[in-house]
Design a protein around this ligand. Sequence first.
Ligand code: AHR
Length: 619
Amino acid sequence: YTISVAKSGGNVTTSTQYGVMEEEINHGGEGGLYAELIRNRAFQGSSLYPSNLDAWSTVGESTMALQNLSKPLSSALPTSVKVSGKGTIGLKNEGWWGIDVRPQKYSGSFYVKGSYKGSFKASLESNITGKTLASVEVTSKSVANEWVQHEFTLTPKSKAANVNNTFSLTFDASKATGGSLDFNLISLFPPTWNNRPNGLRTDLMQAMSDMGPTFLRFPGGNNLEGETIDTRWKWNETLGPLKDRPGRPTTWGYEETGGMGLIEYMQWCDDLGMEPILAVWSGLALNEDIVSEEDIGIYVEDALNEIEFLTGSVDTEYGALRAKYGYPDPWTINFVEVGNEDNLNNGLDSYIAYRFAAFYDAITEKYPSIQVLASTIDMTLPGSAGGDFHLYDVPDNFVAAFNQFDQYTDAHRILLGEIAATEYNNGVGIDWSDYHFSLYPWWIGSVAEAVFFLGAERNADKIIGTTYAPYFMNINSYEWSPTMYSFDADPDDTARSTSWHVYSLFNHNHITNTLPTTSADAYGPLYWVAGLNNKTNSHIWKGAVYNSTETVPVSLTFEGVAKGTKADLTILTAPDAFSMNGVGEANLVNSKTTTIKAGKSGVFSFSLPNLSVAVLTTN
Ligand code: AHR
């Protein structure tokens, strides 16, 4: 391949090129990014998933019973557990399939009701040896007929052998009136990213931070939509003290606590410097119930309130509410997406007929600087609206879509809001009726995604940004693989996928202005894009080789770049097409950077093996 890169021409690209998409799925938040270590901490339930005692067991000669007391902890958390018995008794939690114990400070709390004159013992124990790994006495402040919160810290002296550990909370039944006490909202957090209370797991935040994401699309995904209208994701029920968050049934088979709420999402954006792409509910539930045109105004109003909550001054009704929760400074919202995949679930007709327009008109009128996105591109987009395109497919079809955006002539920009190679090449493409998705991203899939990204980067004036989906998977309980990151309770096991390596390489070599390229050789098996980064003043070339029978030699020149100029060439490879990075396993993606020099006539000469992804950046 002989490729020449012109000095000018091309497009200004987006500053939000590679980001994150998050919804509650795969225990990605609950039991994942949200750092809470106690599973089923407040016995939250719904008609879909009734309250239960999952993850809890008794300690000593005791019984546990769920109760809806006439005096609950709060209207949001009506169910509590009564623990009764003799001697030292209590309850034990197994965490999210284990608890990571290491020498660091754990912050805990619980609510208790009942007269008790003794002390509580909170401890972390090995489930295998029964050995206490850390424990603390908590003097009771508990009184009859009141819910009283108790706080404590635990600091283990050493790292446990594994995560097969439990948390237990015990008391002396002889000192409790009637030999029983009621408990609720039992919580334990390890240190969190930026030490935020109610915060996020540090290993996953580190993995994202290392990738350098530029936006966060949240909170869904199907989970935004809800199974029914009533069980949609309601922003106003995810705010304030945890005891006032009722939680809800996700659309992925389990209840969520609401602990990772709207403000936690915004803090996540702040902490990683990401642009929020806020999705608001659009009047469509997964059971195909659709809000009528007469009633849609209520939900439009709700979306406006949500935006005001985030962006309004403290003089506005909802800005004042935000301040009341302790956040007087408004955030900035530049993108709002209306719904999720409204082209599915029998939703497109009503979306086109009135739903999208109702949101678009109201948001654009009140917030002209916000770019409103439709959750599909299967429609004529009005005014300044953008769209959202999702692609789950086999690797070959990602490569076939390399020039998809060359053909995209619509003036409306689009988000690539859910992009993942999911199923192995089979000649026919993805089969949704026969879910044979890979457990993890695998190398040929990640290379195919890279080819697709090169096509998107060539047209980066038309694309708002790209993200993998779903994003996280707890390997102990998941509904959808593959994901960007996979993990279990042990942070040391967290796997950054093969696709993560591609995202990271492309993200850290951001082209701010594309430059036209010419070559006598057609795209395939080598695909590429080139441009400039106007902050570092470097020329950048990105390429990927997909299905080549031999190593591909490349002679690359940038107009205006002289002989002797040095460049860093990074090449990603993996042992084979099916290499994948699994939980607790070693990373298989090999990243090799060498410095090369432009030779005669400014030519950079190098070769790329089959199934490789490369970036060359001039120094
Ligand atoms: O990413 C998993 C699901 O795929 C999302 O919830 C939905 O938007 C899409 O269909």
